[in-house]
Structures are given as C-alpha cells and as structure tokens.
Design a protein around this ligand. Structure first.
Ligand SMILES: C[S@@+](CC[C@H](N)C(=O)[O-])C[C@H]1O[C@@H](n2cnc3c(N)ncnc32)[C@H](O)[C@@H]1O
Length: 286
C-alpha cells in the first residue's frame, strides 16, 4: 500500500528553525521571551522540529480566534478568559501576552487537572510577571468559574472534558466559545446499546467510533446553538497531521434558539443517546 505524500506545509512544519526563521513566525504582539519560557524556543532563539510544529499550531489557533478577542477587548473593560484543560498553557500564555499584557487589563483563568502541570504553568507565569493569570488545579466541571466569562476555550480536552468546558461556558454565558475536541469514546460506548434508528451506521466498532465522534460534535454544536450562539464548525487549519482538528466556534447572539433545541430533540429521538453533556446543561434563559 502506498503511503500518502506529505504536503509542503507538513514537510516545512517538521523542520527545525534557525533563530532568524523563528523571528519570521512571530505573530503581532508575540515575543521571543514567552516562547522561550514555554520551552518552545531555545535560549539561542532557534526551535526544534517538534517545537516548530507546536508554534505553527498555536499561531493558527490564535489567528482563528483573534477577531473574537479583538472584539472583546474593544467592548469590555476587563474581559475574563478561561482556558479549560490548559495543559502546559502554551495557548493561554500566548493569548495572555497578545491581549491581556498588551492592553494591561482582563484576566485569564487556566484550569488543569494535573498538579505537575499546574505548578509548571504557575512557575512560568511568575517568571514572566503574568499576574493576571490564575491557575486552578481542578476538574473543569468542579473549578470555580466566575459568574460571567467572556471567552472560554478548550483545546484537545480529552473525551467529555470538552463537554465539561461547554456546560460551564454556557452557565457563565460566555460571549465566545472555542472548542477543538479531542478523542471521544463516550457516545460510541452509548451507541453500542442502541439498536434503533439507522443502527447500520454504527454496527461495526470502527464505524461506531467515527460516527460516535461525529454525533458528539453535532450534539455539541446544536446545544451551543440552542443557547443562542451563532455557531461555525470548521477545520483548525495547520493541524493537517492530526485528526483532531474540528474547530467549533460559538458567538452568543441571543438568549436561546428554539429551532435548534427542536432540531436537537428530533435528532435524539432518531438516535436515543444521553451523553454527559445533555445531563449537565445549565438552566436556559427564555
Ligand atoms: C491533550 S492535553 C491539551 C492541553 C492544551 N489544551 C493544549 O492543547 O496544548 C489535555 C489536558 O487536559 C487535562 N484534562 C483532561 N480532562 C480534564 C478535566 N476534566 N479537568 C481538567 N483538566 C483535564 C489533562 O490533564 C491534559 O493536561
């Protein structure tokens, strides 16, 4: 069997970068010291092939959410941003530098379940003087979310952790939500017990996994829409080597959307599954 040829973007993203080339990757408002503190750029200013790939991914994500953050910083005096399942907080810290540090206002809450990563992120924030960053060592659904959040994101939050972020973002009436789901096993597991509707779509384990992941994201998008969000589902550009590259963006434009709620109910009548998200959605405004 022949292997797929790499695209030029993939080949380039896998090469190490010289200090001059790293300078060329910097986005507006992005500096070398932050990338160095994150361990993505060496003290001499270069980047390994792996770090290059990560820098590229971060840049693509930041570019896709930049209009939402620009809008927030224009409209709100103190925007509150949440990075759920922050991991090493590459994204959160890059976003912090470009918006919060630059404007000198707003704050970022990074939520992460692993204590070692929490300590690491706290250390980097202290080193950089990022005192508007709060790192919460907690599960996303158990963390202390402020009553009102302006921007909530979850990048590659494992399985139902994406749903925890979505449910909490809806409860906090986030103006903008950005989700890039990760691996998804929950709905595939539920589908195994469903022998109704178009069950041929998920009879085989492989199909169950693929269809389950698709259905999970359809449910997430419809739930978001039913809470009054204008939803865009697109590819997270620059993640061409990864299958986990679906980007779900929501912008709150109304208090609810009865049509989307009906569509979701109809879908769940055809395919009767009750994933975690549906049991944990906050009360909806009418
Ligand atoms: C694949 S990493 C992604 C990290 C980061 N968002 C990124 O894209 O670089 C997933 C992270 O989510 C954290 N995580 C998974 N489930 C979580 C939950 N329910 N609550 C808090 N953190 C969680 C894991 O500890 C891990 O650090």
């Amino acid at each position: 069997m022949s292997r797929r040829k790499k695209t030029s973007g993939e080949v380039k993203a896998r090469s190490a970068l010289s200090p001059e080339a790293v300078q060329g990757t910097l986005l507006e408002g992005q500096s070398l010291p932050v990338l160095q503190a994150l361990g993505l750029v060496t003290p001499r200013g270069g980047a390994s092939a792996d770090a290059h790939r990560k820098i590229k991914q971060i840049s693509h994500f930041v570019q896709q959410i930049a209009p939402a953050l620009d809008d927030l910083f224009e409209r709100h005096p103190e925007p509150v941003l949440v990075d759920a399942a922050a991991g090493k907080a590459y994204l959160g810290l890059v976003i912090y530098e470009r918006w919060i540090a630059r404007h000198g206002r707003g704050r970022l809450i990074a939520i992460e379940g692993r204590p070692d990563l929490v300590t690491r992120v706290q250390g980097i924030a202290t080193e950089l003087g990022f005192d508007r960053l709060e790192v919460q060592p907690a599960r996303i659904a158990e963390a202390e979310w402020p009553e009102r959040v302006h921007f909530a994101m979850a990048l590659h939050a494992c399985d139902t952790a994406t749903d925890e972020a979505l449910a909490m973002a809806l409860a906090a009436k986030a103006d903008h939500v950005a989700l890039v789901p990760c691996c998804q096993a929950e709905v595939a597991r539920l589908l195994k017990e469903v022998d109704a509707g178009p069950a041929d779509l998920w009879r085989h384990a492989w199909h169950r996994r693929e269809f389950g992941a698709h259905l999970t994201n359809v449910i997430r998008a419809l739930a978001l829409q039913s809470y009054g969000y204008q939803v865009t589902v697109t590819e997270l550009a620059g993640w061409e080597h990864s299958l986990k590259n679906e980007l779900i963006l929501g912008r709150r434009v109304a208090r609810f959307h009865a049509g989307a709620e009906r569509q979701l109910a109809q879908l769940l009548e055809q395919i009767p599954v009750r994933p975690w998200l549906l049991e944990h959605l906050p009360p909806r405004e009418t």
